[in-house]
Design a protein around this ligand. Structure first.
Ligand code: SF4
Ligand code: F3S
Length: 105
């Protein structure tokens, strides 16, 4: 599976959902996650993300913690299938470290 990680938080550009062939993104207040059982590992979302927040679970950035967070929230957050405007401060938040503590569950 592919996994959404920290830099999505407070950015949520949503370019990723436009290209996903199986619509497996789920939307929280300030982050998206991927449903690990629905992702078909096509990889097309990766270059679309302006925050470079999406990684394959074969990459070190996709830690167990991020994988389980994606699994946990994709079961409760609603599906998102269309792009929407990014969060208001997305460009300022892009690349800022320590955003996990600011995830809105
Ligand atoms: Fe969707 Fe493909 Fe990205 Fe998986 S890797 S979330 S199937 S676009
Ligand atoms: Fe998040 Fe990147 Fe998608 S910032 S919403 S994973 S395009």
């Amino acid at each position: 599976t592919y996994v959404v990680t920290e830099n999505c938080i407070k950015c949520k550009y949503t370019d990723c959902v436009e290209v996903c062939p199986v619509d497996c993104f789920y939307e929280g207040e300030n982050m998206l996650v991927i449903h690990p059982d629905e992702c078909i590992d096509c990889g097309v979302c990766v270059p679309e993300c302006p925050a470079n927040a999406i990684f394959s679970d074969a990459e070190p950035q996709a830690t167990e913690a991020w994988l389980s967070l994606n699994r946990q929230y994709s079961d409760v957050w609603p599906n998102i299938i269309a792009k929407k405007p990014p969060l208001p401060n997305a460009d300022d938040e892009n690349g800022r470290l320590g955003k996990l503590a600011e995830l809105s569950p």
